[in-house]
Design a protein around this ligand. Sequence first.
Ligand code: MTE
Ligand code: MO
Length: 396
Amino acid sequence: MLASTGGVVALAGLGGMNRATAAGAQATAAAPAAKPLPEYAKWKNADALIVHSANTIETKRGAFGSSVITPSEHLFVRNNIAPPSLDIVKDPDAWTLEVAGVARPRSFTVAELKTMGLAALPMVLQCSGNGRAWFPSKPSGTQWTVGAAGCVIFTGVPVKAVLEAVGGMSEGMVYMTSTGGEDMPAGLDPKDVMVERSVPVSALEDAILAWELNGQPLSLAHGGPLRIVVPGYTGVNSVKYIKRLAFTKEQSPAKIQQTGYRLAPVGAKGESTQASIWEMPPKSWINTPSDPAQPVKAGRVVISGVAMGGMTAAKTIEVSINGGKDWQPAQFVGPDLGRYAWREFALAVQLEPGTYQLASRSTNAAGESQPEERMENNRGYLNNSWRDHMVTIKVA
Ligand SMILES: Nc1nc2c(c(=O)[nH]1)N[C@H]1C(S)=C(S)[C@@H](COP(=O)(O)O)O[C@H]1N2
Ligand SMILES: [Mo]
């Protein structure tokens, strides 16, 4: 009754039980220092979240659930600057998007976009800095561990359909550039603060302009009334409250594009000549059991977590209970929602009392595996090291 012989149904049941216990323990442990949720995110479940600041809210490791989709109330939030007023989501259909760098430039209301096509896109939304807390160089920025990520379903119109309606992009365009709808603080150069991101035009293939998240109108917290989502790319490229979509020859002149989100060597400043943070690599982590403060009962234990492939599907997932010395295949659990979604995985093991280092390692359809070590960089981006994501648990 060990390991790979465990049935899917049995695994799902046990996984749910362990998870609830772990989440409860973490909520109690985090309680004394808990900051309140900001007004725009009041509707979220505080017990499932770590509020780092009013603009940075992380999902607890035990609060992802085991049904593939991260509940909206548990989903992380990351704002680079204060979000716009809640007023903009009062009449979402009236929000306008300007489309430029195309044969027939024009604006569309969300109501008009809703007549142009519909696609549902299950995908991992993950901050570029998720896992930053493990960089020994102590990069500045939010000390995210695993919770600046979630797997959700966005619904909206394919960018391709919009492009078709405006006669295609103008000749020679190389980038798709999205501008966020934040109000610019007075007295600052807008270029220094605006959230405007460019991605290669190849990324438009599967990108959508979304007005719905997990079956509900898109909240302000997650970019309502309208947001572009670029699947497979890190979160920063999925610009919230999008007001302008432009096809451009150059990357945006905004600081967040030119020097921000660059793979700079440790100690060096970001520069436009360095690689931009765009595509995500394969990654996985264990969610249950994951609380070092909560001893696990000896006997049969179900280890479960999530695995993503980045730009292609997660294909295989392995688990180690001895710090990466030996690996065994785990099983994917639950529905396969496509290449950009993550998969839940589970492995049943028999554990005697002791201390165990639990690690997971995913490999995607392109054959790329998670490395043992992170790729060092000044701002702590793209951490997919299996060693960093390992958890040490006590079995009693
Ligand atoms: N307009 C705008 N879009 C934005 C941001 C922002 O600050 N403003 N933050 C980006 C970053 S860094 C991330 S990780 C994701 C977070 O999405 P979420 O808050 O819906 O979880 O949004 C991205 N899109
Ligand atoms: Mo981010």
